[in-house]
Design a protein around this ligand. Structure first.
Ligand code: C5J
Length: 221
């Protein structure tokens, strides 16, 4: 069965058995006060509007039996997988690995690294721990998707121009078709969010398509 969702630049077609919902880095470190995002000087409130629509599309995907995959950005406690250039990023005292209000910043196992409770992974849903921006870099995401026969991805998560865009471009190069859900992704910088979505859908969908959670939910109902 093939379904269609309204999207830019053209309707997005998918077969539910070959489609997955990919939820990128919905972690306290990016969405909540006291995490990595705030340590970099950002207003995390801008990202929190994604939680409710992502929860709605998550519920719809689960009800329709779609594969749901979550990612978490973070590093080993000894930071051996964190490139020095990434460690040097940010303000002294608030860098990756340093203690913050939610534990060591962007370190696996710390409170800030957890996915926010509203979007917690369900039983059996793969969770991909990623050290980089793109979710395919240094992870087994591609193997997980291929072993489930996935060809199309609905993409939610943060931030639009960093980990979402990197992942969508990596997916596109690997032959996966992505529909980025505009209301389920966000940036600390609204302008970057808007321009990133435009870039993805430009030139006939050079990196993917852009749609909304409501249209995906309607198609899955
Ligand atoms: C960032 C991310 N912004 N998940 N990570 O450093 O977008």
């Amino acid at each position: 069965m093939e379904l269609h969702v309204p999207a830019r630049p053209a309707p997005f077609r998918f077969r539910p058995r070959a489609a997955a919902l990919l939820v990128i880095d919905m972690q306290g470190d990016f969405l909540l006060p006291g995490g990595f995002g705030e340590a970099l000087g950002n207003d995390v409130g801008e990202l929190q509007r994604t939680i409710a629509p992502t929860r709605a599309v998550l519920d719809a995907a689960r009800a329709a039996g779609l594969l749901v995959v979550h990612t978490r950005e973070g590093h080993r406690p000894d930071l051996s997988d964190c490139p020095p250039a990434k460690r040097a990023h940010g303000r002294s005292g608030l860098r990756i690995g340093e203690p913050g209000p939610r534990g060591r910043i962007l370190v696996r196992g710390e409170a800030g690294w957890d996915i926010v409770p509203e979007l917690a992974p369900g039983p059996g849903e793969p969770v991909i721990d990623k050290p980089g921006k793109g979710a395919f870099h240094a992870t087994d995401l591609e193997a997980v998707l291929r072993n489930h026969g996935i060809e199309a991805l609905f993409v939610a998560g943060v931030t639009t121009e960093v980990c979402v865009q990197s992942t969508v471009r990596e997916a596109n190069d690997r032959g996966f078709r992505c529909l980025v859900l505009a209301d389920c992704v966000a940036s600390y910088f609204p302008e970057y969010h808007r321009v990133t979505l435009d870039m993805i859908a430009a030139q006939g969908g050079i990196a993917g398509s852009v749609g909304t959670s409501a249209d995906v939910i309607a198609a899955l109902a």
